[in-house]
Design a protein around this ligand. Structure first.
Ligand code: COA
Length: 211
């Protein structure tokens, strides 16, 4: 079995991240290579990848750190916004801007492991983090299930965020998990504990019963 590592992304991962972005989202809602490049430069501590030994990527998660605000303006979630303007290295809230698992691995727990592993790793390295926020399409049921099981709740919507093929649009659901008491933000997936280095060794493929 080939191990997958969860590690921080670097600019060398950009082409693989874009391959996953294109596999993960319809063309109309994909973000650009320039956007990801800026995320990696401005807030590399929020960008994590599931990498094979040959550096092929099987998943990525990108996040920024934001100053905590009880009410977040809809414009903050704008697609292709500048991470250089919004990322705040000592911000208290993780904004998960995007996550994709390679289609060949979906449905066997990797999305959940990536999400929990990356958020736990950020929390372990940045002790000021006290909450997390994200937006999701109402029809992305797998993603919604991961967030719900991680304790996120729906706190509002961003109207007309996602264009639909028929010309209509969908609101984005805003989900947040608060952890203002300083406890663990999310329960780790079994076998997905970040160590004190860069790498988290996971087995690929793993038995479904593992998660
Ligand atoms: C979302 C995504 C990362 C999930 O990856 P994954 O490896 O399939 O995730 P998992 O195998 O950990 O499954 C997550 C959960 O969703 C559930 N799920 C998956 N598809 C589902 C569906 N169509 N309906 C309901 N639940 C579903 C799984 O059963 C699992 O729930 P469980 O842990 O309670 O059993 C992956 O589907 C993906 O890359 N999608 C395209 C991009 C995307 O939607 N990104 C999220 C942006 S907000």
């Amino acid at each position: 079995m080939e191990p997958l590592h969860l590690r921080q992304a670097t600019i060398a991962d950009l082409a693989e991240i874009m391959r996953l972005e294109q596999a993960g989202f319809a063309a109309a809602i994909q973000e650009s290579a320039a956007t990801f490049s800026e995320r990696l430069a401005a807030g590399g501590e929020g960008c994590w990848v599931l990498a094979a030994p040959d550096q092929r990527l099987f998943g990525y998660l990108c996040a920024e750190f934001w100053r905590y605000q009880a009410d977040v303006a809809a414009e903050r979630f704008a697609r292709d916004h500048s991470a250089a303007e919004t990322h705040c290295a000592d911000g208290e809230e993780i904004y998960v801007s995007s996550m994709v698992v390679d289609p060949v691995l979906r449905g066997s727990g990797w999305g959940s492991r990536l999400f929990h592993g990356a958020l736990d790793a950020m929390r372990a390295r940045h002790c000021q983090l006290r909450s997390a926020i994200l937006i999701v399409h109402p029809e992305w049921l797998g993603a919604r299930q991961i967030y719900r099981r991680a304790g996120f709740t729906e706190i509002g919507t961003v109207p007309a965020y996602f264009a639909a093929p028929d010309g209509a649009s969908h609101a984005a659901i805003i989900m947040r998990r608060e952890d203002r008491d300083g406890g663990a933000m999310a329960a780790s997936a079994p076998g997905a504990t970040p160590d004190d280095g860069d790498l988290m060794r996971l087995q690929y493929p793993h038995a479904p019963a593992d998660h």
